[in-house]
Design a protein around this ligand. Structure first.
Ligand SMILES: C[S@@+](CC[C@H](N)C(=O)[O-])C[C@H]1O[C@@H](n2cnc3c(N)ncnc32)[C@H](O)[C@@H]1O
Length: 264
């Protein structure tokens, strides 16, 4: 019985890897009625490996939740990581899976032989509070990659923090977006979170940036770091930017009603 289970899990690993490889190498995906679409808006191979590695390194990650499925690349990577684990389940929240994404994400999961997921076709701002009523502290990993405004991301993160058990991970994509980064910078101050890992990438050097640096060159960079607001300094001098971040919930969130952090 256990041998059969292991065999089907191994078989599925191959299937999922093949599905992922096929999508990245062709740069295309197929919709529910066979229409071919160009791949876009998805996490790339490196970000996928970042997610998979977190899961590989912690065998206690079994129940996962994701906001924003689109063509299903992050879902495939998450499911690849948990699928051999007994009790594995993946919950996806995406109101537009069939309206905007032609059901591609779900088709990919089906094609890869994944049968332990549950799609909630409701906006996260409605779905997450409902989920919290039943599943407070029950998820091992939450991945946020939905609507990238500051307020949407903050709301997703607020509920995710309560849906996670202590020891669980909050992973947020597109941290290079200033609005998303603000949320992450805020969350990093919570006593219940510690940064677990992150993935950096190069930012393109725009002509505006290069002109600004040219004009500022008579004074050395260290002096500018003391004169300028940190956000402006980063915009002009930083050539690397964080793309995806994982925070670990290391304790219960026990902030009182007047908690704030002067450092923020
Ligand atoms: C960047 S894409 C996600 C990409 C996906 N994680 C991947 O790596 O393949 C953003 C997704 O957020 C979804 N979305 C937009 N608004 C949303 C909302 N209010 N609640 C939940 N999902 C939302 C979109 O339908 C889209 O699928």
């Amino acid at each position: 019985m256990l041998d059969n289970y292991k065999e089907s899990a191994t078989h599925r690993t191959l299937h999922i890897n093949q599905t992922i490889e096929n999508i990245y190498s062709t740069g295309t995906v197929v919709g529910q009625n066979g229409e071919v679409h160009k791949l876009h808006s998805a996490i790339d191979r490196e970000e996928g490996e970042f997610l998979s590695k977190i899961i590989r390194n912690d065998p206690k990650i079994i129940k996962t939740l994701e906001v924003g499925c689109a063509y299903g690349l992050s879902s495939l990577h998450i499911c690849l990581g948990i699928q051999e684990r007994v009790g594995a389940s993946h919950t996806l929240i995406d109101p537009f899976q069939y309206i905007h994404w032609d059901g591609v994400g779900i088709r990919n999961l089906d094609e890869a032989g994944i049968d332990f997921f549950d799609l909630i076709q409701v906006k996260s701002e409605f779905a997450l509070p409902r989920l919290l009523e039943e599943k407070e502290g029950q998820f091992d990993l939450v991945f946020i990659d939905g609507w990238h405004t500051f307020d949407h991301t903050l709301i997703d993160a607020f509920y995710a923090s309560r849906l996670l058990r202590v020891g669980g991970y909050l992973v947020v994509d597109d941290v290079s977006f200033p609005a998303v980064k603000r949320v992450i910078d805020f969350l990093k101050n919570y006593p219940c979170y510690e940064e677990y890992d992150s993935l950096d990438g190069e930012v393109s050097k725009s002509w505006k940036k290069m002109i600004a640096r040219g004009l500022m060159s008579p004074i050395n960079q260290k002096t500018w770091s003391q004169i300028l607001l940190p956000s402006l300094y980063r915009r002009i001098f930083d050539d690397r930017v964080t793309r995806i971040v994982a925070l670990q919930k290391t304790q219960e969130d026990t902030r009182n009603w007047k908690w704030h952090n002067d450092a923020f």
